[in-house]
Design a protein around this ligand. Structure first.
Ligand code: BDR
Ligand code: CA
Length: 311
């Protein structure tokens, strides 16, 4: 299996992404590092552990990382995810422990100890932990096989400001550290997630899986979807973060292009905007594979079939 680390701020869509990873034998989840984002850190780490237990994987190591972005104050998204960050299902308080080590220290230690083929980082939230690790120990870049992230938006614009997508907006400085790190990076922006909208029928189909994961996932998405209905209308809303894991499992579901990506960190108006040189007009070398197409039916079939494997 491909060794991965998931860096996340759960979040209902993060939760589905984590479940997808834990259900897939092609992937070995070495650990989950948690960051402040959708809600503060004490809730994102709690939610991550709840999801591992839901998946029947209490042995998964969960590490808490940075409690705030590098430079800017933390911006959260309770209006999307609810007060707990994981509103919807009634999940028990986790029994599994939170690891004592700080996520940034664990990232550095684990990457340094990794074999030459390296480890893939899946990032589903603001990039604070990853940037902090790269600043603390630049040598780990050589052990990161690839960073596959959910973040950004270009032709599609932003979802938190007209210019910026949430994960990049919350910590634009961290994102710029990542984009200028020289590490192979694949980005799943709003341009792709907005092309795979969740239908009512698909959410309902999770209720018929007959396992507790299906019931809890449907309850999460019922809650999450109510916001998207208000925002995106009858077609349903995007399910952003699972794109990252689906890409590792079935890359053929996606298409994109190698481009240069930089992050705006100077202007308040466009703070956190991902400036994607889609047409190659800047002369700056490509530093990112930017995804913009998805087979939505294949994507939702994959998630449905994998969640069926869990308890
Ligand atoms: C991203 O922001 C968060 O609210 C979601 O979990 C996702 O990672 C979408 O912009
Ligand atoms: Ca997220």
């Amino acid at each position: 299996p491909r060794p991965i680390i998931i860096d996340t701020d759960p979040g209902q869509d993060d939760a589905i992404a984590i479940l997808l990873a834990l259900a897939s034998e092609e992937l070995e989840v070495l650990g989950i590092t948690v960051v402040a984002g959708n809600v503060p850190l004490r809730l994102t780490e709690l939610n991550a552990r709840k999801i591992c237990e839901l998946a029947g994987k209490p042995e998964t190591q969960v590490f808490a990382g940075c409690a705030r972005p590098l430079v800017r104050p933390l911006v959260t998204a309770e209006e999307v995810h609810g007060k707990t960050g994981l509103d919807g299902p009634d999940l028990p308080d986790p029994v599994m422990p939170l690891q004592e080590q700080h996520a940034v220290d664990w990232l550095v230690e684990t990457l340094r100890a990794a074999p030459a083929a390296g480890i893939t980082l899946c990032t589903l939230g603001p990039l604070t932990n990853v940037a902090a690790a790269l600043v603390k120990a630049p040598d780990i870049a050589g052990k990161i096989t690839e960073i596959v992230m959910m973040g950004g938006g270009f032709f599609e614009g932003g979802n938190v400001t007209p210019a910026a997508e949430f994960n990049i907006y919350v910590d634009p400085h961290a994102a710029q550290v990542v984009f200028t790190s020289g590490i192979k990076t694949t980005m799943h922006p709003l341009d792709v997630t907005h092309k795979a909208l969740m239908t009512r029928d698909w959410i309902d189909s999770l209720k018929t899986l007959g396992n507790r994961t299906g019931t809890a996932a449907a309850a999460m998405l019922d809650f999450y979807e109510r916001f998207d209905m208000e925002k995106y209308g009858e077609d349903g809303g995007p399910l952003h973060d699972p794109c990252v894991l689906a890409y590792l499992l079935q890359p053929g579901l996606f298409q994109g292009r190698d481009c240069n990506v930089q992050v705006e960190i100077g202007s308040e108006l466009t703070m956190g905007m991902t400036v994607v040189d889609w047409w190659g007009v800047s002369g700056r070398p490509a530093n990112c594979h930017v995804i913009n197409q998805i087979d939505a039916k294949g994507f939702y079939t994959l998630i449905h079939d994998r969640l069926a494997r869990l308890p």
